[in-house]
Ligand binder design. Structure first.
Ligand code: AMP
Ligand code: MG
Length: 434
């Protein structure tokens, strides 16, 4: 009575990741033109850069003092203490006319952090190593040539590329764009990601559930993850565990740039997602991964046609294949499988360059015993910082336990060949990729 799986292909975690990365690379390769928009620099956090950013002039544009002190000729400080004549003062932003044309031998100029170092001087001695005596300064420490100066163009030459296409902008990239005057940036548009929740027991979160009904939480966790990953969630109505209705809503979802289906991918009699997809001539890359939570995760695509860029440029050509994921319905499984598998595909559709999962290491507080054979991503609590990082599992009732994952702030990653991790061992910890 149980529906046979569609050409069941269960991969190891690593193989499943490779399949996802390969498809992500294909997506990137076909997005040459890209659907882009111009955005105010202040609103670009998390957006993906389309038009590269280059240096509009040398950075820094002048030899920059990195200290408050005195601009000197280092050769004048071979014998200490050295007494130098102060011929001027250079503050940050000083106009060119007010900067001494040259620092001669035996001379110096007071200089502030961020000010241009005048010709003749080849180093800056920190004010802490000097004492001022009228028009002279006594220097008590020598400097090597170049000390406390960043040479003109040392950070970047005029025209040099600074930020590449595909970069997801963070505060550093935004600061760099500002530093070269790019107050608007051309970024990729956010891909539209359809979210289709399935299950006869699932009701809208705003509804009052009957005694055996469950509120839809997966559409909400996914919408949040999609936004964090740079996509625009589009929530479809809840699909029934019935082929025709399911197929109809899947077809609706395939009109988006990516379709995420939750629930209905296990071995149950009413888990019909794969069947509905295969009736729509889907191609399946895998129908399971050896992980916990999330083992029944499905990845594939439906329909074929023109490259992505043609569609995105508004061409009337046939819609390209749409990628889909069938994410297991248990709320923790949905969250974890999105991070591990759906996110890289969404990021590629968003124009973003590939990147690895984020992880760190922490010392295990309490031993863990599990069965071998699955790579596990178990909700955990990370505390302490740096070399004092500690991590322990949060108590949970399995992958339906949303309360547990809400208490957790990371996942302990356990390789599939380990059945016992003793307390005190440094373990890999995955943080979500926000
Ligand atoms: P399924 O993958 O359809 O077998 O569902 C596995 C478990 O996850 C069941 O207990 C479902 O009730 C639950 N579940 C499925 N979809 C959702 C959802 N959208 N929100 C909350 N729980 C869900
Ligand atoms: Mg179900």
């Amino acid at each position: 009575m149980f529906a046979p799986p569609v050409n069941s292909t269960v991969l190891s975690f690593e193989d499943a990741r490779r399949v996802v990365e390969d498809q992500a690379a294909l997506i990137r390769g076909s997005m040459a033109i890209g659907d882009t928009e111009s955005v105010d620099l202040l609103a670009t956090a998390g957006r993906v850069l389309y038009e590269p950013v280059a240096a509009d002039r040398d950075l820094p544009p002048f030899p920059r003092s990195t200290r408050d002190g005195y601009a000197v000729r280092s050769a004048d400080l071979v014998q200490l203490p050295a007494t130098l004549e102060v011929i001027g003062e250079i503050k940050a932003g000083e106009t060119v006319e007010k900067i001494p044309a040259n620092i001669g031998s035996g001379q110096t100029a007071a200089i502030m952090t961020g000010a241009p170092v005048p010709d003749g001087a080849d180093a800056v001695v920190m004010v802490e190593n000097t004492s001022l005596d009228g028009r002279h300064v006594v220097v008590t420490r020598s400097v090597i040539p170049g000390e406390n100066i960043v040479a003109r163009g040392a950070e970047a030459r005029e025209g040099a590329p600074l930020l590449d296409r595909g970069l997801r902008l963070n505060e550093a990239g935004i600061a760099l764009a500002a530093s070269v005057g790019r107050i608007r940036l051309q970024v990729y548009k956010r891909p539209r990601v359809a979210v289709l929740t399935t299950g006869d027991e699932i009701v809208d979160a705003s509804a009052t559930p009957g005694p055996t009904q469950i509120r839809n939480s997966n559409s909400y966790s996914l919408a949040s993850q999609i936004r964090h990953a740079g996509g625009e969630p589009v929530l479809l109505p809840i699909a029934p565990d019935e082929l025709q209705g399911l197929r109809h809503l899947i077809e609706e979802g395939l009109k988006a740039d990516l379709l995420l289906i939750t629930g209905g991918v296990s071995m149950g009699r009413y888990d019909l997602v794969e069947q509905a997809l295969s009736e729509l001539h889907a191609e399946f890359f895998f129908t399971g991964a050896k992980i916990q939570p999330g083992r029944p995760v499905v990845f594939g695509r439906c329909g074929a046609g023109a490259p992505f860029d043609k569609l995105r440029a508004g061409s009337s050509l046939e819609k390209p294949a749409t990628y889909f994921f069938g994410l297991p319905g248990n709320p923790v499984s949905t969250i974890v499988t999105f991070e591990l598998f759906a996110r890289p595909v969404l990021e590629a559709l968003a124009g973003q360059s590939p990147r690895n999962l984020l992880f760190l290491h922490a010392r295990l507080k309490k031993e863990i015993r599990v069965k071998t054979g699955l790579k596990r991503f178990l909700p955990a609590m990370l505390s302490g910082e740096f070399e004092r990082s500690e991590v322990e599992l949060v108590g949970w009732q399995g992958s339906g336990d949303i309360a547990a994952i809400a208490r957790a702030n990371c996942y302990i990653v356990i390789p599939e060949d380990r059945n016992h991790i003793p307390a005190g061992e440094w373990v890999a910890v995955m943080k979500s990729n926000c």
